[in-house]
Design a protein around this ligand. Structure first.
Ligand code: IPD
Ligand code: CA
Ligand code: CA
Length: 263
C-alpha cells in the first residue's frame, strides 16, 4: 500500500516514539516491584514520546499546527492543518506493565481528519488510514465485522475512573446493553478500541468524555474500514464532546438506540 508523504511521515514518527516507549516499558516492568513505583518514570516516558513525535512531524511539516496531550495546542502558519497527537494512549496499562497501549497520530485538514496512525508497539501492530483510501493493519486491508445480531456482538467502552462526571451515565449504558449482547471489554486505550472496531475484532465501541487526541486517529480508521461513528448527542461534534458511538454497519442503528436510550 503506497501512502502519501504525510502518512509516511506519521508512520516514521509513530515508530520512533514507539521504539522509545518500548525501551521504557521494559524498564517499567522492573520498577513495578520497587516501593516508589514507576509513576514519575512513566510521566517522563510519555513526555519524551511526545517530544520525539513533535520533533519528527515539525521537521517534516514546519507550518502545520499542533494539538498534543502533553504539550497542548499551537497554531501553525498553515491554519488549515494540524497534527492531533496522543504520545501514549493507555497510560494506566503502561504503568501496570500491561502490553496494551499505543501511539496515536492524526492529521486534520479544515476540521476533518484526513490521515491516521495508531501504533501498538508492544504487539507490533500498526493501523493506518487515509481519507478515501481504506484502512490497513500492517499493510493488510481492514474491514469492520459483518455481525448484525446484537446477541452475538462484542463491545468495548471506557469506564470513567476517579470522580469523572460521566460515570453514572456509563453505568446506565452498560446496564441497558449487557443483557442483549455477547459481552463487553474495557481495554483501557480508546485509540485501540477504535482500531479494533476497524479490524473487525470488536463489533462496536462507545465512550463518554474522551479528548480529541484519544479518538482523532481511531475515528478515521473505523470510517475507512466501512464502519460508522457518531456523537452520542446528535448534532454535536465528536472531537469537541469526546462522547461517541462507533460500530459496523449492520449493528450501528440498534447499538445507537441503546446508547442514546431511544427505547
Ligand atoms: C485514556 C484511555 C482510556 C480512556 C481514558 C483516556 P490516556 O487515555 O484512552 O481508554 O478510557 O478516558 O484518558 O490517559 O491513557 O492517554
Ligand atoms: Ca489517551
Ligand atoms: Ca495519553
Amino acid at each position: 500500500m503506497q501512502g502519501s508523504a504525510n502518512l509516511n511521515l506519521m508512520i516514521k514518527a509513530a515508530r520512533r516514539a514507539g521504539r522509545s516507549l518500548i525501551k521504557d516499558f521494559r524498564e517499567v516492568e522492573q520498577l513495578q516491584v520497587s516501593t516508589k513505583g514507576p509513576g514519575d518514570f512513566v510521566t517522563r516516558a510519555d513526555r519524551e514520546a511526545e517530544r520525539l513525535l513533535r520533533e519528527e512531524l515539525s521537521a517534516g511539516r514546519p507550518n502545520y499546527g499542533w494539538l498534543g496531550e502533553e504539550t497542548g495546542a499551537a497554531e501553525g502558519k498553515d491554519p488549515t492543518r494540524r497534527w492531533i497527537v496522543d504520545p501514549l494512549d493507555g497510560t494506566t496499562n503502561f504503568l501496570h506493565g500491561l502490553p496494551h497501549w499505543a501511539v496515536s497520530v492524526a492529521l486534520e485538514y479544515k476540521g476533518e481528519i484526513v490521515a491516521a496512525v495508531v501504533f501498538d508497539a508492544a504487539k507490533g501492530e500498526l493501523f493506518h488510514a487515509e481519507k478515501g483510501q481504506g484502512a490497513y493493519l500492517n499493510d493488510q486491508r481492514m474491514r469492520v465485522s459483518g455481525r448484525s445480531r446484537m446477541n452475538e456482538a462484542l463491545f468495548a467502552t471506557g469506564v470513567p475512573f476517579g470522580a469523572r462526571p460521566a460515570l453514572p451515565a456509563t453505568l446506565q449504558d452498560i446496564a441497558r446493553l449487557m443483557p442483549g449482547s455477547a459481552g463487553l471489554r474495557r481495554w483501557g486505550a480508546a485509540s485501540l478500541d477504535l482500531a479494533y472496531v476497524a479490524a473487525g475484532r470488536l463489533d462496536g465501541f462507545w465512550e463518554r468524555g474522551l479528548q480529541p487526541w484519544d479518538i482523532a486517529a481511531g475515528l478515521l480508521l473505523v470510517q475507512e474500514a466501512g464502519g460508522f461513528a457518531e456523537p452520542i448527542r446528535p448534532g454535536s461534534s465528536m472531537l469537541e464532546t469526546g462522547s461517541l458511538i462507533a460500530a459496523n454497519a449492520g449493528l450501528f442503528e440498534s447499538f445507537t438506540k441503546i446508547i442514546r436510550n431511544e427505547g
